[in-house]
Ligand binder design. Structure first.
Ligand code: AMP
Ligand code: ZN
Length: 467
């Protein structure tokens, strides 16, 4: 499997640190509002990366934080006259709802910055002891020039950076030894949330949060660190400096960055008035459509959001779901094992699975992987009919679900059945059994099972649950 590493600017073969395992950290959103569709891009693409590793049999430890202390959160809290904690809790909950709609799996751990402050303080202390950090008037800075490899991720040269960042000298941080130095800890301002530290009552800098949370939940060395391309500099460059200086080890082996999502070929921003939240999109489309749209391009290519492209994604997704529905429909009245002919056709499906995998192995080229799924769908549609055997239909359906599941696309749409309808069918089944009409009773059980409802006959009566 090859993946493009921002660190080497090359596609590299993936070799895990530990056989069969992947340790992966994805920088999560700052929670001061509903997430926008730009934030959704890293969530969807790196969830797909995770799913592909799992498909290949890896055990993936996936960590993604919520940045729940930040100026933007504090400002929003002041605006609404509530606490910063209330704002971040509210938008974490809303973000999780959006993630569910987009079929983004919950991370193995979703750490919150505010719950990890003591670890961050300990890490800053190590940096101080090693001479990588210093304190001035309650603020702690990282001594950037002390870390010799600074700039290795963003491929920037320290002297170029210095001439470009002279302006920093007049931003109120003139106490810094060097304009390149960045904040690890800053004192509180009036009314801000704060924690007690050896240097001041205050809060950590943004970069140290990820260094610490990654270390705590994944260890000092990880396989993959990911996020949007705007994070390469300074966020990820600073994370590398902090983690490698503190731990004395290479931090992450592979650095993955998604390109930006634009709207109608323009940068998405509040001032341009073209800012869209995932929640707004969900009022118009099933969020599966948004997911499918995001995967229609390679993650390192810029992606343009437009009404036409969303419509095209909706149609594309429908083609896949319809093919799955057709297989399910035919399966209902089919029976028997595969015929010779069907065996031959079934053997031909290897080709599609192979091209799907080849696309994913080539730096997660989901655009080509989606194309392979379309080819497979076409193959199914032309080769199945009322005479198809049950085994054949089932095997094709299995492949379709297996491939779409890697993309996080739900091809096997369970018809949502309401509790009321379930109860009615159970009642009918009980009546049928009383009348010794076991055939009808079994039929109802089957019908419910197909809708994902499992019946259990107990002494107290029939109980049901969703599978
Ligand atoms: P933030 O809340 O700004 O820290 O962003 C959370 C994640 O969303 C980061 O990985 C960003 O790089 C990513 N991100 C923000 N805006 C966009 C965008 N327009 N397109 C793609 N990714 C974005
Ligand atoms: Zn981060």
């Amino acid at each position: 499997m090859k993946l493009y590493n921002t660190l080497s600017k090359k596609k590299e073969e993936f070799v895990p640190l530990e056989e069969g395992k992947v340790r992966m950290y994805v920088c999560g959103p700052t929670v001061y509002n509903f997430i926008h569709i730009g934030n959704a891009r890293p969530m969807i693409v790196f969830d797909t990366v995770r799913r592909y590793f799992e498909y290949k049999g890896y055990d993936v430890n996936y960590v993604s934080n919520f940045t729940d202390v930040d100026d933007k959160i504090i400002n929003k809290a002041i605006e609404e006259g509530v606490t910063a904690d209330e704002i971040s809790k509210r938008y974490i909950a809303e973000c999780k709802k959006d993630m569910e709609g987009m079929n983004v799996k919950p991370a193995t751990t979703h750490p919150l910055a505010t719950e990890e402050i003591s670890g961050m303080i300990a890490m800053i202390q190590i940096l101080m002891e090693k001479g990588y950090a210093y304190e001035k008037n309650g603020t702690v800075y990282f001594r950037t020039r002390q870390f010799k490899e600074y700039g290795k991720l963003s491929h920037k040269n320290l002297d170029d950076l210095r001439s470009g960042e002279r302006s920093l000298l007049v931003t109120g941080e003139e106490e810094k030894e060097d304009p390149l130095d960045f904040v690890l800890w800053k004192p509180k301002k009036e009314g801000e949330p704060f924690w007690v530290s050896p240097w001041s009552e205050g809060r950590p800098g943004w970069h140290i949060e990820c260094s610490e949370m990654s270390k705590k939940y994944l260890g000092e060395q990880i396989d993959i660190h990911a996020g949007g391309e705007d994070l390469v500099f300074p966020h990820h460059e600073n994370e590398i400096a902090q983690s490698e200086a503190a731990n004395g080890k290479e931090f992450a082996k592979y650095w993955l960055h998604n390109a930006f999502l634009n709207i109608d070929n323009r940068k998405m921003s509040k001032s341009l008035g073209n800012f869209r939240t995932v929640r707004e999109i969900s009022e118009q489309y099933d969020l599966q459509v948004l997911r499918f749209f995001m995967l229609s391009a390679h993650y390192r290519s810029p992606l343009n959001f437009s009404a036409e492209l969303m419509e095209a994604s909706k149609n594309g997704l429908e083609r896949i779901v319809n093919a799955a529905d057709n297989l399910k429909f035919l399966r209902k009245s089919a029976d028997g094992k595969m015929t010779e002919d069907e065996r031959r056709i079934y053997a031909g499906t290897d080709e599609f699975v192979k091209s799907f995998e080849e696309a994913m192995e080539d730096d997660f080229n989901t655009a080509d992987a989606v194309a392979a799924v379309f080819e497979f769908v076409k193959y199914c549609n032309t080769n199945v009919g009322e005479k198809s055997s049950k085994e054949f239909l089932e095997k094709l359906f299995e492949i379709l679900v297996k491939l779409t599941d890697v993309l996080g696309i739900v091809a096997d749409k369970k018809d949502e059945i309401l509790a009321e309808e379930i109860e009615k069918l159970i009642e009918e089944r009980t009546e049928a059994r009383k009348a010794k009409n076991y055939e009808r009773a079994d039929e109802i059980r089957e019908e419910l099972l197909e809708k994902g409802i499992i019946l259990e006959d107990t002494r107290e009566g029939v109980k049901w649950k969703r599978a």
